[in-house]
Design a protein around this ligand. Structure first.
Ligand code: NAD
Ligand code: DAU
Length: 365
């Protein structure tokens, strides 16, 4: 039986590479993987797929309509899954333009190309075509401590340039369904963690700093709450949405696992103490540093629509997921070294020096 082709964008990043790997392991589609390989995209994330003939990697930009049109013509995909984005909130504060370019203009270009491709398809293939846009819970803004979790009907109130750019893209995806009938699906997911996450993000940054005795820079009071989901659970949810979701719908995906940043860092310190007892206690490395401007206080996702309609629920508990993630980073020092050079080093220098001496030297609370 011939496998359907799926065009995946941003498939050399954290979630995209985990998704591509899990689809190829399941053998349910051939993947055309389009990625610009920004500082966040790495072929090392896909090294185990190097000999897979059903994974085709193409370096390019979702904003390049000529390239997208030719990929669609050549590979005739049954679906497009859009992960490509600038994804780091702190970078959107120091340099928002790239976020508008990729997340808004790039997504719109992809939609335009998808629409004209879809119109060119005949009966059954047109009816089966899907455009899955991978978005975030950050579009809903911030919750108070006693507010109910975000549902698919929560109001959009983005607070960072990143969140605003994702919100704009979500609106365009919706408009292409309402206006042109394109069979879109949008998912809004909470914070992911797990293998291959770029070490600029909270959990891998704390793991790597902790392993090497550097400060653990906690923004503000560290009581900000996120709803954490192991990346494989997100990938499973996305496949279900793609295969069984209703066109035009949005689906909230979350881990039902609210946790404050400082509690996560403390848990990681305990795990690091077990792994490297001679450096214990790692908690001495915790350094409170200047807060993120506009920092959202709390996110939480109500994923009952995913449970009800698609039978999905997260399988990985947070304690297991965190321990697994720490082990993965400890066993993949080569990967960490490969993705931590150049642009990453410059970012760490710029972001943390800006936050004051504790972020760099540690020990000061
Ligand atoms: P990431 O930063 O790790 O990866 C993004 C990938 O997109 C990289 O491989 C990068 O090279 C590629 N890319 C960037 N600009 C591009 C362009 N113009 N054309 C083609 N490729 C481009 O991000 P991630 O954490 O894997 O997130 C993937 C998607 O999921 C994003 O859309 C993000 O908004 C969304 N999301 C992430 C999380 C999370 O916790 N990480 C949670 C919910 C939703
Ligand atoms: O909620 C989904 C979002 O989760 C995704 O849409 C984003 O792409 C993804 O990056 C993530 O955004 P966050 O801003 O929540 O993730 P980050 O890992 O950057 O930060 C998590 C929390 O930890 C946040 O409250 C800020 C804090 N933090 C982060 C860093 C990097 C620190 O206290 N210190 C740090 O050094």
């Amino acid at each position: 039986m011939q496998l359907p082709n799926w065009l995946v964008t941003g498939g050399a990043g954290f979630i995209g590479s985990n998704f591509v790997r899990s689809v190829r392991r399941a053998g349910c589609a051939r993947i055309i993987n389009l990625d610009k390989l920004t500082y966040a995209g790495h072929l090392e994330n896909l090294a185990d797929l190097a000999d897979d003939r059903d994974h085709v990697f193409v370096r390019g930009d979702i904003g390049d309509a000529t390239l997208i049109d030719s990929l669609l013509r050549e590979h005739q995909p049954a679906a497009i899954v859009n992960f490509a984005a600038e994804s780091h909130v702190d970078r959107s504060i120091t340099g928002p333009q790239e976020f508008i370019q990729t997340n808004v203009v790039g997504t719109h270009t992809l939609l335009q190309c998808a629409l004209s491709y879809w119109k060119s398809l005949g009966g059954g293939r047109a009816a089966g075509f899907r455009f899955l846009h991978v978005s975030t819970d950050e579009v809903y803004g911030s919750l108070g401590p006693h507010d109910p979790p975000f549902t698919e009907d929560s109001q959009y109130r983005p607070n960072s340039p990143y969140a605003a750019s994702k919100a704009a893209a979500d609106h365009l995806v919706r408009a292409y369904h309402q206006t042109f009938g394109l069979a879109t699906l949008t998912t809004n997911c909470s914070n992911n963690y797990g293998p291959y996450q770029h070490p600029e993000k909270l959990i891998p940054l704390m793991i790597e700093n902790g392993r090497s005795g550097r400060p653990l820079p906690v923004y503000g009071d560290g009581r900000q709450v996120r709803d954490w989901l192991y990346v494989q659970d997100h990938c499973d949810a996305l496949r279900l949405v793609l295969e069984r979701g209703r066109a035009g719908e949005t689906y909230n995906i979350g881990g039902d696992c609210e946790c404050a940043n400082l509690d996560i860092v403390s848990s990681l310190c305990r795990l690091l103490d077990d792994m490297y007892p001679k450096d214990a206690p790692h908690a001495k490395l915790i350094a409170h540093v200047a807060d993120r401007p506009g920092h959202d206080r709390r996110y939480a996702i109500d994923a009952s629509k995913m449970r009800r309609e698609l039978g999905w629920h997260p399988r990985t508990g947070f304690d297991d997921g965190l321990a697994c993630t720490l082990r993965w980073y400890a066993e993949h020092a080569d990967w960490v070294a490969a993705v931590s050079t150049g642009a990453h080093e410059r970012w760490i220098e710029a972001n943390y020096v800006r936050r004051g001496p504790a972020a760099v030297n540690g020990g000061i609370k």
